[in-house]
Design a protein around this ligand. Structure first.
Ligand code: AMP
Length: 195
């Protein structure tokens, strides 16, 4: 099965993608993990991507499209994949379809994890209200700082309508309420996939 997971910062893309890979026994490919690793090891891709990631802006399409092309030509993807954080623009979505056509493959579904902006902010800011007050829930990354996070959410909100339109038009869109426990979200995804 070939799936893409769409959703804003903190929507739960990573968690759901990991579970789906396990369930379906396919490879998971996360653009944000790939970029963060490339930046940490200062590879050519990392050096190119770093200024964009640090500002919360999208890395230019041509860089990501070429990188994903190389990745999806690797032998380990034969059984299928789950892409997390890709595509993020209509151009990336179209290019992904062109590549799949060339490979005589097809995307099965685009899964959109829908959550309110307030949920994205509270999950990504790594803190939660508890009876003891605000407590940290995870380590913050540099681009989770409030100003940058707000820009990432803004970029996501600008781009997502076109992506939803694209996959909706091709009848490959599954929208899931992401504002539930990770287990419930997973259950709904599997139900909609008929698994
Ligand atoms: P995320 O953690 O998924 O919000 O991604 C972190 C950052 O990685 C984003 O703010 C972008 O700078 C970059 N990024 C990840 N995926 C893409 C993509 N498909 N296209 C462009 N930039 C991306």
């Amino acid at each position: 099965m070939r799936l893409v997971i769409l959703g804003g910062p903190g929507a739960g893309k990573g968690t759901q993608a990991r579970q789906l890979c396990r369930q379906l026994n396919v490879v998971g490919i996360s653009t944000s993990d790939m970029l963060r690793q490339a930046i940490a090891s200062q590879t050519e891709l990392g050096l190119e991507a770093q200024p964009y990631v640090e500002k919360g802006e999208l890395v230019p399409d041509e860089i990501l499209i070429e990188f994903m092309r190389q990745r999806l030509l690797q032998p380990d993807v034969g059984n299928g994949w789950v892409l997390e954080g890709y595509p993020r623009t209509a151009f990336q979505a179209e290019e992904l379809d062109f590549l799949l056509e060339e490979l005589e493959q097809r995307l099965d579904w685009a899964i959109y994890l829908e959550v309110l902006e307030a949920v994205m902010v509270s999950r990504s800011s790594g803190r939660a209200y508890t009876p003891e007050g605000m407590v940290p829930t995870r380590d913050l990354r540099p681009d989770d700082q409030p100003e940058i996070l707000q820009r990432r959410i803004g970029v996501f909100s600008d781009r997502i309508p076109t992506l939803l339109e694209y996959y909706g038009y091709c009848q490959r869109l599954l929208t899931i309420n992401g504002d539930q426990s990770p287990e419930q979200v997973q259950q709904h995804i599997l139900q909609k996939l008929g698994i």
